[in-house]
Design a protein around this ligand. Sequence first.
Ligand code: TRP
Ligand code: MN
Length: 456
Amino acid sequence: MTTQTTPGLSETPWSPRSWRDLPADQQPPWDDPAALDEAMAELSRWPPLVFAGEARDLTAALGDVCAGRGFLLHAGDCAESFDGVGADAIRDKLKVILQMAVVLTYGAGVKTVKVGRIAGQYAKPRSSPAESRDGVELPSFRGHMVNDIAFEAAARRPDPGRLLESYHHAAATLNLLRAFTKGGFADLRRIHAWNLEFAAASSEGARYEQVAAEIDRALRFMAACGIDLDREKSLHEVDLYTSHEALILGYEESLTRRDSLTGDWYDCSAHLLWIGERTRRLDGAHVEFLSGVRNPIGCKLGPAATAAEAVALCERLNPDREPGRLTLISRMGAGRVRDALAPILRGVAEAGHPVVWACDPMHANTFTHASGYKTRRLDDVMAELRGFFEVCRDTGTWPGGLHIELTGDDVTECLGGSEEVTDADLESRYETMCDPRLNALQSLDLAFEVAELLRS
Ligand code: TRP
Ligand code: MN
């Protein structure tokens, strides 16, 4: 048994189900407890999606980031859809992530740790449990892990069978990702093939081609020097880790297993799990659950967070002060990042906690456009990023990572960019089930900006 206890609460030893004794925010109002139990029992018999050793590798890689020897690229959908498991959609998302990784690795000269919001990002916290339209009130859509987005009573009813469907969709996605990342698709010699067709004609696409051509030349140079590139596995493969918000705790509990090698508990639904801004209360179920699994974990911090809170989260989530265990993801808003983040960075540094500091420049810059669409301006996203880098520099903190929502599809959900998405464009390809995502061009734009910020 693990002996971790819950400080300030009773001396309950941690177990995969100890979260059940604490207030659990954002859990669906499951109305059939027997069906839920049955789904969880089934899920707990199925094989792990990821392995403890892989999670440990990610912790080690993030430990390097913590020490200033790497950069975390954490990217993917706001909410994955069960309809999005087609090979093309997954491949195109991967292409954008690989392109960004190339730009960061080459442009800034630092190792890039790649983590997708992928293969499990099926649940969403909601600001209101119900949604009203034309006088009809139904439960809110909570992501495909819970219910369906259609505004109909049957579709909105939380269905425990969706926990099992989530597992299958995650398994199918992960299987394809493993094939793509280890089977030749991510080979640096295929670097040109990652430029999406609609991106190639743009200025970002051209800028990417230039970097790709330089890398080509460097590879030819090394080959000409007598280095056998075929034998350099690292050129042909990438490690792409998976992650999602650990929101629906029944799903996470059911996929939590004891590692046969070390005896430690791992949440085998993904390599990295994070706690959202809405569920990070210290005395809550989400913090309790993630405190006891040994995966690397993340926690979002919004503008209301205090330095004392951040330090308390560090104590609770990383009491052994293991570098790479904890990534804190700042999402303050372009206007507030400087004032809000600086005292937190200082407080955590004074307490001596090792943390990977990542910037989510999207979530606090969301607004509802006059047309009714939820959107974000690329200018605000860039401004928050620059603010983040500034505060890091002023406080002597390594800017460790970027957390963004993107898609490989040619969408018009966020405003701006050099191939500008204008106010009038929003409605043309607005496809997200939840928050507005950057398209491939906007994502590349951002990667070039971050590479420059990292260099300076
Ligand atoms: N394996 C190395 C890395 O992940 C190099 C590499 C291979 C790479 N394919 C890549 C880097 C694609 C970025 C994108 O850094
Ligand atoms: Mn989101």
